[in-house]
Write a protein of this length. Structure first.
Length: 261
């Protein structure tokens, strides 16, 4: 007849209880991870602006108005909101069509700034370096390089590009990190992770870039953009100017980099 030794039996029982507790904890952790994954199923795309040079640069931000990809339920970020959050200052034209305002900030050498993440808003507009975008002037006789973006939209696509429609003053890049893949062109679409502007006259075939004076990528629509610009500019041969992805694949970071001359 076998005799049960109570101390040994109790130790075994305690061990079994401990294993059960550990198993339950592992199961609970797994459920928590699953819940966290559901909460981040639709992450927002972050926008970063960086200065890759060894000198500070004045940076101008122009924001699009309500409408289009940024509807009433997911309105565009305004310059007033950015100023309130300490991102920029000297707001003008705020909430006046066709813009949601514009403002400026200085980015020190080697530094970067991140657009404030305001829930339930769309980030749509452009960034230029040196001054607000416009036609060539005394300070910038070859015009302005403009980084354009529409992120965290109501639906459809997120879109990025570099526009040289008003000229080119500085080398600028737009890089993407994480989130769904970005593509340009059609049949088939080509994956791309970085757009880099080149000097005027060197951007034909450069994906993600609108050449000088080419308001519709492959052509000029309407009158000339700026005085002394050509009525027949050299434009892209196919629609490769916009880099996009479905907003259902949003997330990660879009980084606009100022690279100097």
């Amino acid at each position: 007849m076998n005799t049960i030794h109570k101390p040994r039996f109790l130790n075994v029982l305690k061990g079994l209880i401990l294993l059960l507790i550990i198993a339950l904890n592992i199961s609970y952790i797994g459920q928590s991870d699953a819940e966290a994954a559901l909460q981040t199923e639709n992450p927002r795309t972050a926008l970063v602006i960086e200065n890759s040079t060894n000198e500070a640069i004045e940076t101008a931000v122009v924001l699009a108005a309500l409408g289009g990809a940024c509807g009433a339920g997911n309105p565009p970020v305004t310059a007033n909101q950015l100023e309130t959050l300490g991102f920029c200052s000297n707001v003008i034209n705020s909430a006046n069509p066709p813009y949601s305002g514009k403002c400026k900030l200085t980015i020190e050498s080697g530094a970067f700034v991140t657009f404030p993440d305001i829930p339930n808003t769309c980030i749509s507009g452009n960034v230029t370096f040196g001054d607000y975008p416009g036609c060539p002037n005394t300070a910038y006789p070859t015009g302005f390089t403009t980084a354009e973006f529409t992120l965290n939209t109501d639906g459809g696509d997120e879109v990025i590009d570099i526009s040289l429609v008003n000229g080119h003053n500085y080398k600028v890049s737009i890089s993407t990190h994480s989130g769904g893949a970005w593509t340009y062109g059609q049949n088939p679409a080509t994956v791309i992770s970085q757009i880099i502007s080149k000097p005027l006259g060197e951007n034909i075939g450069n994906p993600g870039v609108y050449p000088e004076g080419c308001t519709d990528c492959i052509q000029l629509i309407g009158g000339i953009v700026c005085p002394n610009f050509s009525l027949n500019p050299d434009c892209q041969s196919s629609r490769i100017c916009n880099v996009s992805r479905s907003v259902s694949n949003r997330g990660g970071t879009v980084t606009v980099s100022y690279m100097g001359k």
